[in-house]
Write a protein that binds this ligand. Structure first.
Ligand code: PEP
Ligand code: MG
Length: 417
């Protein structure tokens, strides 16, 4: 029954939280798509982030109400407030239970078009949760969590075991595993890297992996070996140019030959896709689509880089929105380019689970939604409420608007949940 009130919630702290002891999280810093927020969501713990000065305002052992839906925190609530919030919680839980009718059914729009609905995970344990929540695959396995909080880097065997288990748990369904996405707000203390002035614009993700091939090779070998046990696909983070994809593909081919020489089994046809999460990748999506096997749109970073807003900085959080016309145009463009080359396109940023945005994503022609396991059923329901034609009509109205606020208001008004 504890509410955790803290200045900053680091990904490693979140990873150590015991679900059964913590009923709410309140922090002073961190945005909706910070890694702590993503992890809290996966644990299904109500969380309110960016509450100024909260550690000074709330005392130890004080009663607290945490409303993660509206983003409200009440310290020492009155008896009526406790009663009202208890009712709200019961209603919320009842709605969650009612989603049970979406278990075991296909993900279909109101006019019967089948879409893919996968889950985002950060560990093998999460893969079990994804299977329990009836995800149709894994759309994003954030492998950096295998590397964090460790005194040493995970060995090829350790990584192989994790990827193989995820593949086996998903029983032949697609499992998209993202190569190491370190940097930004995800530090890897065991590497002892120098602090950078602008970590989000720095030596991170695919840039780091292509420079540190010793580490990258270990991960690619583990991924290829695990691909013998299921439909594993490899995805590169933070791509900004075609060369990064080519270099990664060349390295993958080299390792395939190595495995051939050793007589090790793997999937020769393994797919290599990329995240589209930088404005550069979005603008050259047509060129990338010719060489990538699939795209997945990372709106968490795409919004940050398109809007020039640090995704964890609460002072500028008002600008961080995937309803901004710039972000919407970018997403539409990316999906269009994938469609023109005939490659599948998914979305694994938090926007994929936003019920307000879902009609626009249907209209743009998104093939796959990848969301936190706890959001799978709600997204399946949201998709079922819109036909393509209705989604197209709403989308035309949204794209004619000039401001984020107008788009947000339109979508809120059209809400069907
Ligand atoms: C994204 O940027 O949208 C994404 C899915 O990756 P991450 O949140 O891990 O940066
Ligand atoms: Mg990202």
């Amino acid at each position: 029954g504890t509410v955790l009130v803290t200045g900053e919630l680091t990904p490693s702290m979140t990873a150590g939280i015991r679900r059964e002891n913590i009923v709410g999280i309140v922090t002073q810093t961190g945005g909706r798509t910070s890694h702590s927020a993503i992890l809290a969501r996966a644990l299904e713990i109500p969380a309110v982030l960016s509450v100024e000065n909260v550690t000074a305002l709330i005392a130890d052992k004080e009663d607290v109400v945490v409303d993660g839906v509206e983003g409200v925190v009440l310290a020492s609530p009155e008896a009526e407030q406790i009663a009202a919030y208890t009712r709200r919680r019961d209603e919320f839980l009842e709605e969650r239970r009612a989603l049970g009718r979406f278990i075991g059914v296909e993900t279909l729009t109101a006019d019967g078009k089948k879409l893919e609905l996968a889950a985002n995970i950060g560990s093998v344990k999460d893969a079990l949760q994804a299977a329990d929540c009836d995800a149709e695959g894994i759309g994003l396995f954030r492998t950096e969590f295998l590397y964090m909080d460790k005194a040493a880097l995970p060995t090829e065997e350790e990584q192989f075991a994790a990827y193989q288990q995820a593949a086996l748990i998903m029983k032949g369904k697609p499992v998209v595993i993202r190569t190491l996405d370190i940097g930004g707000d995800k530090e890897l203390p065991c590497l002892g890297l120098e602090k950078e002035e602008n970590p989000f614009l720095g030596w991170r993700a695919i840039r780091f992996c292509l420079a540190r091939r010793d580490l990258f090779r270990v991960q690619l070998r583990a991924l290829l070996r695990a691909s013998a046990y299921g439909d594993i696909r490899i995805m590169l983070p933070l791509v900004t140019c075609v060369e990064e994809l080519r270099e990664a593909r060349a390295l993958l081919e080299e390792i395939k030959q190595e495995l051939d020489a050793e007589g090790v089994k793997y999937n020769r046809e393994i797919k290599l896709g990329i995240m589209i999460e930088t404005p550069a990748a979005a603008l050259i999506a047509d060129l990338l689509a010719r060489e990538a096997d699939f795209f997945s749109i990372g709106t968490n970073d795409l919004t940050q880089y398109t809007m020039a807003v640090d995704r964890g900085n609460s002072k500028v959080a008002y600008l961080y929105s995937h309803y901004h016309p710039a972000v919407l145009r970018s997403v539409r463009h990316i999906i269009g380019c994938a469609g023109a080359e005939g490659i599948p396109v998914g979305m694994c940023g938090e926007a994929a689970a936003d019920e307000l945005l879902i009609p626009l994503l249907i209209s743009f022609g998104l093939d796959e939604f990848s969301v936190s396991p706890t959001s799978v059923l709600a997204v399946r329901k949201a998709i079922s409420l819109w036909s393509r034609q209705e989604a197209d009509e709403l989308c035309a109205q949204a794209l004619a608007l000039s401001t984020e606020a107008e788009v947000h208001a339109l979508l809120k008004n059209a809400r069907r949940f």
